[in-house]
Design a protein around this ligand. Sequence first.
Ligand SMILES: [Zn+2]
Length: 329
Amino acid sequence: MTGAMTGAMTGAMTGAMTGAMTGALIKSGGALCGGIDVGGTKIEAQLFGAGFAPLTQRRLPTSRGDFRDFMTVLAEQVEWILEATGRSAPVGVALPGIVDPQTGASTAANLPIGGRDVAAALRARFGRDFVFLNDCSAFALSEARGGAGEGFETVLGLILGTGVAAGFCQQGAEAPGRLNRLAVEIGHVGISARALAGLNLPLIRCGCGRIGCYETYVAGPGLARLAEAKLGRRVSAEELSAHAEGEAVLDLWAHLAAEALDQARLLLDPQCVALGGGLSRLPGVAERLTAALARRPLGDLRPPALRVAKFGDASGGRGAAIQAWSLST
Ligand SMILES: [Zn+2]
């Protein structure tokens, strides 16, 4: 969910354990639950111990084939967790996109699961239920429980990666009762006229089919577009820091990202915003966005605390595991 994977990872099992090691974990009671983070390039399975501390993980490449191929890889990861934790241990799965809470049907770009019920397919294969939630909601939950948002009553987990989306937690739990169980889809909200005024930037068609979504300016590819508009050529986020005019591009990005953040703030009023995704690793990103948000005063509103995520790329699987554990106890 958060950026490109390296080629070295493809086909490899990073952090793979032998049967003896998994057996030892079971005997020691070390592995209590598992989480799986489904992304466009890899499906990552993780084991967690006390306090949801990450113990080890295994990554497999996401199948580019059909639904059956996709399910084969997902089931391999579920089996790996069950062997380490016991057959009835809580296991959560973080999925990108939207899962219809009434029909179970998925809507997700870049995955062959459109219209399919992944939870039902896993249930048919293993004879038990698994817990599912949106990957951004999982990220927010992980950061709210022992992460960057620990101690705050409301946490917005904002992912700035290949896409832009967020999850929202209240009192350490996914905000309940939402009609479509949507994540906070701020990336597909239309950018405000006041943010674009005077910038002479083009309106871009988003992958969702709409025009002018925040994601087209603020996600990783959006930052590259801003660099192209300012510098005349595409420059990666890493190169920008070293580029003479990179600072101006990053300030423009922060201006637009803070506008998205401001809209989310006006709607949700979170105490804390945890930043994840590849762009959260930009040097000083929390301070840059805090300063940009401060240029949008409204009365005496106190700003949310902006923090870089503690668990980073592990937060999707960790949040899924927390959700599964919470529902099992
Ligand atoms: Zn969009």
